[in-house]
Design a binder for this molecule. Structure first.
Ligand code: AMP
Length: 275
């Protein structure tokens, strides 16, 4: 059985994970749950988009066998709930710096879902790259018999990564948001041309991203497995891959995206469907 955990408001990125799950297992389960413990009080939990009927139709269209969509959080967080799963090192940097308890909530809900649904395979998107590494670390450390699969990011034709939060963007914000994939692509191009200085690679992306965003939380070059940022002055070895991750606001909407330099060949894949 393969599990695809989601928070709903499903788009082609989610459906690509479900198709991959379909390829890997006889039975595909999707969970739809807007998990309160991964949101800070100032986050968008209350207004996060919810569309269960539309989501169920989309799940059916890609052959999902079972949807687990608890309507009440008490199903997963019984009265008095206090247990949390911590993956402190992998969760520390990047998103962890700006959303301090976010990955604690993510790891805890995934552990609960794994425990309830007992999948052999769990499929995640590399759009949330650090999340994928946190879950992979947790599965390894807790000796869970689960294969964690990470699927590449599905993008709009202009490169913007699909996200449920894109629904918050006004027309003009949606246009401006293109600077995020464009900045990442500029860094990929520089890497392909031989640039190996991680400060320069981050700066190249940041310069483009600054043109359309309201505020940047980070544009950081990090180790692709540990997700630890490279110290200033780092030069990558010839064959070294590096994660280049960004979090930025367009208007009030916070968007994240990333590429793995050395893995992305040429321009970013702007496919709307998994190859
Ligand atoms: P969410 O509903 O945002 O919690 O996401 C559920 C799963 O879908 C996570 O594993 C995400 O990484 C993945 N996902 C979200 N957006 C995309 C995308 N554009 N491409 C691929 N996977 C995605």
């Amino acid at each position: 059985m393969a599990l695809v955990p989601t928070m709903g408001a499903l788009h082609e990125g989610h459906l690509a994970l479900m198709r991959e799950a379909r390829r890997r297992a006889h039975t595909v389960v999707t969970s739809i749950f807007v998990n309160p413990t991964q949101f800070a009080p100032t986050d968008d939990f209350a207004r996060y988009p919810r569309d269960l009927q539309g989501d169920l139709a989309k799940c059916a269209s890609v052959g999902v066998d079972l949807v687990f969509a608890p309507l009440d959080a008490s199903v997963l967080y019984p009265a008095g709930d206090e247990t949390r799963v911590l993956v402190p090192l992998t969760a520390r940097h990047l998103e962890g710096e700006f959303r301090p308890h976010h990955f604690e909530g993510v790891a805890t809900i995934c552990m609960k879902l794994f425990q309830l649904i007992t999948p052999e395979v769990a499929v995640f998107g590399r759009k949330d790259y650090q999340q994928l590494q946190v879950i992979a670390r947790m599965v390894k450390d807790l000796l869970l018999p689960i294969e964690v699969v990470g699927l590449h990011t599905i993008r709009e034709a202009d490169g913007l990564a699909l996200s449920s939060r894109n629904a918050y963007l006004s027309f003009s914000e949606r246009t401006r948001a293109r600077v995020i994939p464009n900045g990442l692509r500029a860094a990929v191009d520089a890497y392909e041309m031989g640039e190996r200085d991680t400060d320069a690679l981050s700066r190249i992306a940041r310069t483009v991203i600054e043109r359309g965003t309201t505020a940047i939380d980070y544009v950081t070059c990090a180790h692709p497995q540990s997700v630890v940022p490279h110290p200033r002055g780092t030069t990558l070895g010839e064959g070294d891959h590096a994660l280049l991750a960004v979090a930025a606001r367009v208007g009030n909407t916070r968007l994240i995206d990333n590429v793995v330099l050395g893995e992305e060949r040429g321009p970013l894949i702007f496919a709307t469907e998994a190859p």
